[in-house]
Design a binder for this molecule. Structure first.
Ligand code: SF4
Ligand code: SF4
Length: 427
């Protein structure tokens, strides 16, 4: 039976709470064990995806006090930062805002999301400063030299998202594909982790509110409210966390055919405080609509379900280097949105920590060195017909989202993560 927030907090402290991941809940339901859900106190939910609405606020010293009056333009590893809002006159300090989608001056496929991960990996960054009196100088700075480094989501963690296809006549460069989107509905891309997504489990935002403690890229942070363009039909969240405590494997850059994008991960605990939440946590992918959009016009063409893209598919991409025949030009490597494929002599290698499990290499490699069943969108059209369109790229990484949900569950059970009651409901 649903319990009050304080009762759940007490049960966690006493070590009596039943905490399950949302995947465990859905597995129970799929096997006919829905009646056992009445004992569940907390469900841990998660998502990992390309999240454009990401920015970092950074503040750090670049020179001795008095070395310059004001910074006017700043680049970090070639990525332009917005300088300010504080001018920090004569202090030798810069306050900056860096967008996750900002593109490097030097590399078309590299941007803010890549920079954030490099910083969290404790790589030193080259900071170039142009001052108001047109002096220029450089400094090398790492995350540990930044007293303030906070990552913010202005539009993250949608309840669920969409699939995209290109019914047009020409390929299209877009943020929804890692290479130009093939015309004539030849392939589909999509985003959203379906049944394990945080707001899917609390769509009325009964327990997720202002001040809810979360994991953002593995670091403890808080919900600020809804994000931009949030609506009751398609809600999303804004939030923040300290970059010093983030884990690189949950974040990063994602190269699309329209420029670099930013990967982020959220895990949110949902205390089962009402019958409505109990019903929602039991909803499976097959009951969750996946709108299918025309990537040219963003108009809805019909509907599929998240079962098409997450049920009976491979979450991981199998890689067998022995099957690589060493093509003159490796299309899998060229298209890989996280640049996880590289060559050691003739042999292809995959960086497991960089891989996003998007599946595109399994589509592009002609010899089966990469293999993955990505599923197909079964598009139900308004006139009642149905067509199957193969998924060619995932912009959500459910495999690592599941790991994050497990991580959150472990932290709740060992007492290192305390669930927090919102200070205000999101209206
Ligand atoms: S496309 Fe496949 S077979 Fe060709 S080089 Fe790349 S990994 Fe090897
Ligand atoms: S699944 Fe393949 S294409 Fe996608 S990130 Fe991993 S290696 Fe790159």
């Amino acid at each position: 039976m649903p319990r009050s927030f304080s009762e759940i907090q007490r049960r966690i402290k006493q070590g009596n709470a039943v905490v399950l991941t949302s995947q465990e809940v859905c597995d129970l339901v799929a096997l006919g064990g829905a009646s056992r859900l009445k004992d569940v106190d907390v469900v841990t939910t998660a998502t990992r995806a390309v999240m454009s609405g990401t920015y970092a606020v950074l503040s750090f010293r670049v020179a001795e006090p008095g070395a310059f009056s004001r910074a006017e333009r700043v680049w970090i590893n070639g990525v332009a930062a917005q300088v300010g809002p504080c001018p920090n006159e004569n202090l030798g300090v810069v306050d900056l805002i860096v967008f996750g989608t900002a593109r490097s001056r030097d590399r078309r496929d590299w941007g803010g999301g890549h920079l954030f991960r490099d910083l969290v990996e404790r790589k030193v960054a080259l900071v170039e400063v142009e001052t108001d009196d047109k002096k220029t100088f450089q400094a090398e700075v790492g995350l540990d030299e930044m007293p303030f480094a906070r990552l913010n989501g202005s539009r993250h963690a949608f309840m669920n998202y969409s699939a995209f296809i290109n019914p047009g006549e020409k390929p299209l460069s877009t943020i929804f594909h890692a290479r130009p989107f093939e015309p004539h509905c030849r392939g589909a891309t999509f985003s959203g982790c379906g049944q394990i997504n945080p707001i899917k489990n609390d769509p009325l935002l009964e327990t997720i509110g202002v001040g809810t403690r979360i994991l953002l890229n593995g670091a403890e942070g808080f919900v600020l409210g809804t994000g931009t363009r949030s609506s009751p039909q398609k809600p999303n969240l804004s939030g923040f966390a300290d970059m010093h405590h983030m884990k690189p494997e949950y974040m990063g850059g994602f190269a699309t055919s329209a420029g670099p994008e930013c990967i982020c991960s959220w895990a949110v605990p949902i205390p089962v405080t009402s019958k409505a939440i109990l019903q929602e946590i039991a909803r499976l992918d097959r009951e969750i609509a996946l709108p299918v959009m025309d990537v040219n016009t963003r108009e809805a063409l019909g509907q599929a379900s998240y079962a098409d893209v997450w049920e009976g598919v491979d979450l991981d991409v199998e890689f067998d280097p022995d099957k690589c025949r060493g093509c003159a030009s490796c299309q899998a490597q060229i298209s890989c949105p996280t640049r996880a494929i590289h060559f050691d002599g003739q042999a292809a290698k995959r960086d497991e920590m960089l891989c996003f499990h998007c599946g595109l290499c399994s589509v592009d490699c002609p010899s089966g060195a990469f293999e993955c069943n990505l599923g197909s969108i079964r598009l139900k059209r308004a006139e009642g017909t149905e067509i199957a369109i193969p998924v060619v790229l995932r912009q959500s990484d459910k495999l690592r989202a599941l790991m994050l949900a497990e991580d959150l569950k472990d932290r709740i059970l060992d007492g290192s993560f305390m669930i927090s009651q919102p200070v205000e409901r999101i209206s």
